[in-house]
Design a protein around this ligand. Structure first.
Ligand SMILES: Nc1ncnc2c1ncn2[C@@H]1O[C@H](COP(=O)(O)OP(=O)(O)O)[C@@H](O)[C@H]1O
Ligand SMILES: [Mg+2]
Length: 258
């Protein structure tokens, strides 16, 4: 199954916003998507209308269980209706970051094994390159790096790409870099300079169009609503998410021999 991990070592660059924007775009097209929240902050879980404190199976339980296919028991319908399902997160997930028992890198992949019925699985990674991100990368077929046009965020891109290389070499030969999303593009000189830097460094790996900085994104997050609900103000961002969703659907899973 097409499984895309959205990452950057740096927080606040727009990983969660991009996952939610793409999920909503896929839903508008009548597709089915599963969002997996791999961040103990549970922003994705809350944005999609679920309570991280609810007494239901969450991603932490799924990883802890170490049982093939168990992810299906933690899938909840989102509050956004047909087409978006969620495996939610909770603060306890932070405990998995320090679980270094042998083979534990494979637990999320194992839990998601055999899942079907979705056009894509989107994994929202925490702002780190630690154990949780490795769990996500081992379970994924693709990595999308989300970055802001800022120097600190671009350093995060480099670190994520190195982690992808290591995981692909040792744990998951299917893992491909899908692309780099530039979020929060603005009309400042600094933004233009950094966008040029990313384009120069990563060429065709950079996904266009870029996501513009728009206040509606933060407003939608705060209201646990879709950006698309914000009418004319949201049009520019919504169109970009539609285009990025198409790029996700166009990804092909690499066949590798066992
Ligand atoms: N394109 C955008 N325009 C304006 N604000 C944005 C945009 N993308 C994200 N934000 C805001 O920036 C903050 C960080 O975004 P978020 O998606 O939570 O980042 P991350 O998941 O990388 O930590 C949030 O308050 C979010 O609403
Ligand atoms: Mg986030």
């Amino acid at each position: 199954m097409l499984t895309v991990a959205f990452t950057n070592q740096k927080g606040g660059v727009g990983k969660t916003s991009t996952v939610v924007g793409i999920a909503a775009a896929l839903q508008r097209q009548g597709r089915r998507v599963l969002c997996v929240d791999l961040d103990p902050q549970a922003d994705l879980t809350q944005w999609l209308g679920l309570d991280p404190l609810a007494d239901v199976r969450n991603v932490n339980d799924v990883i802890y269980a170490d049982t093939r296919g168990i992810a299906s028991e933690a899938i909840q319908p989102s509050a956004w209706g047909e087409g978006i399902d969620v495996i939610g997160s909770t603060l306890d997930l932070a405990e998995r970051e320090t679980d270094l028992s042998p083979g534990s890198e494979f637990r999320l992949a194992k839990a998601l094994d055999g899942l079907s019925g979705y056009d894509a699985v989107l994994i929202d990674c925490p702002p780190s390159i630690g154990r949780l991100v490795v769990l996500g990368f081992v379970a994924a077929t693709h990595v999308v790096v989300v970055t802001e046009p800022s120097a600190a965020s671009l350093r995060g891109v480099e670190n994520v790409l190195r982690t992808r290389d290591v995981v692909a070499e040792h744990y998951n030969r299917r893992l491909q870099l899908a692309g780099i999303v530039i979020n929060h593009q603005s009309r400042t000189n600094e933004s233009a300079l950094r966008v040029a830097e990313v384009a120069e460094a990563y060429g065709a790996d950079v996904w266009e169009p870029y996501v513009p900085a728009r206040a509606v994104v933060a407003a939608a997050m705060g209201a646990a609503a879709s950006v698309a609900d914000y009418g004319a103000d949201a049009k520019a961002v919504t169109e970009v998410y539609d285009a990025l969703a198409q790029r996700v659907l166009d990804l092909r899973v690499l066949e590798v021999q066992a």
